[in-house]
Write a new protein. Structure first.
Length: 372
């Protein structure tokens, strides 16, 4: 049960590594993990040590020495974008968990090129250079690779017509999924497509609220923390009051990925929250937290914008407009709910009752990222 993991210095990848170590040392259901980490200002081995010593490391690893943890991890110091078969053939693994990629939601040309390269081109490079003994390939996509849909989606994306996306990121993930499925079929490799929704900090195992990077929806808090003081008059915020965000804790995502690793019969899995948190139930709390007390919910983009509204709608509002201002993507969650019940977790994964604690934690951490 040896495996190659990409993206181990990222949010999800690092937590997959944490869960792997536990399963290898305690449950003994997995064996050795090979992680691709490129050298930068620090050597790859030092970057791995920084991850394993980071504050977001789960407390359940405190029962083991660093030597214990490292006994189950081997670093492959390489840049994934140009990795070669000759390099990978030196290591004994038959399964790949491909987690590396970009989560940029911007619409800029630079962002479009970035997600196309990091999400599609790198995936293509990795599949091209896989050793012949690889028999299974797990691709970590996004629940939003379905794009914009009116009906509830299932775990099987082929049952839906996918053609309209909120941003280049979603499109790059959808195209990568298709490439993985088609290429693996040609190579006689079992493919598994796993799709986490929006990711927040840890809520299952201590330390709670931790995440190595405050990404995606945290960008809203970053914007307000920086600019809320400029809101001098009523702020009209455009939201769909019947819709919400589908948020899952990063440690839950990692557990679900390892669950799928141990269940090769799972071909596709949407790692989602059975209950989204409605915009009308959190937006006001967040605005008041940042001392914006004069605000109104509106059902369409307002005109005659005041100075703060101009700033909002030209920056962060553009990124989140199609996530909070229009009907949300709905998921049929029967499959993931079975796994939630296996773990004896609350149906909403603790997101609703802890949402403002997640925001407060990110502010107190000053949104600082780890894993340099």
């Amino acid at each position: 049960m040896n495996c190659l993991l990409t993206g181990s210095s990222g949010i999800v990848g690092s937590h997959i590594m944490f869960e792997w170590i536990y399963k290898a040392l305690v449950e003994k259901t997995v064996n050795h993990l090979f992680v691709v980490i490129r050298n930068n200002k620090k050597p790859a081995k030092d970057r791995l040590l920084a991850i394993l010593n980071d504050s977001s490391r789960p407390h359940f690893l405190n029962d083991f020495s660093m030597a214990d943890c490292l006994s189950k991890i081997t670093v492959i110091p390489s840049d994934l974008s140009n990795i070669k078969k000759q390099t990978l053939e030196k290591y004994n693994f038959s399964t790949v968990i491909h987690c590396a990629g970009s989560t940029s939601l911007q619409h800029t040309t630079d962002s479009k090129e970035k997600v196309q390269h990091q999400n599609f081109n790198v995936t293509k490079q990795l599949l091209t250079e896989l050793p012949h003994n690889v028999k299974r390939f797990l691709y970590i996509s996004t629940a939003y690779s379905f794009g914009i849909q009116k009906d509830k989606v299932t775990d099987t994306i082929a049952n839906f017509k996918v053609q309209e996306f909120r941003n280049p990121y979603e499109k790059s993930k959808y195209e990568s999924e298709k490439y993985v499925s088609e290429t693996c079929a040609k190579k006689n490799i079992i493919s598994q497509i796993l799709r986490p929704s929006i990711i927040c900090g840890r809520l299952i195992d201590a330390p709670f609220f931790e995440t190595p990077k405050f990404d995606v929806f945290y960008a809203w808090a970053i914007f307000l923390n920086k600019y809320a003081r400029k809101a001098s008059s009523d702020f009209r915020i455009w939201i769909d009051q019947k819709s919400g965000l589908n948020i899952v804790p990063v440690d839950f995502v990692a557990k679900a990925v390892l669950h799928a690793f141990l269940q090769p019969n799972i071909k596709e899995l949407n790692i989602v929250n059975p209950t989204q948190i409605l915009h009308k139930n959190y937006v006001g709390d967040v605005l008041r937290y940042f001392k914006i007390n004069a605000f109104n919910y509106v059902s369409e983009r307002p005109e005659n914008l005041n100075n703060f509204e101009q700033l909002y709608y030209k920056t962060i509002g553009v990124v989140f407009e199609k996530y909070i201002s229009v009907p949300d993507l709905q998921f049929q969650s029967e499959t993931i709910l079975k796994f939630i019940n296996q773990l004896n977790l609350s149906t909403n994964l603790g997101v609703h009752e802890n949402f403002m604690k997640l925001i407060d934690f990110s502010v107190k951490k000053e949104f600082k990222s780890s894993y340099a």
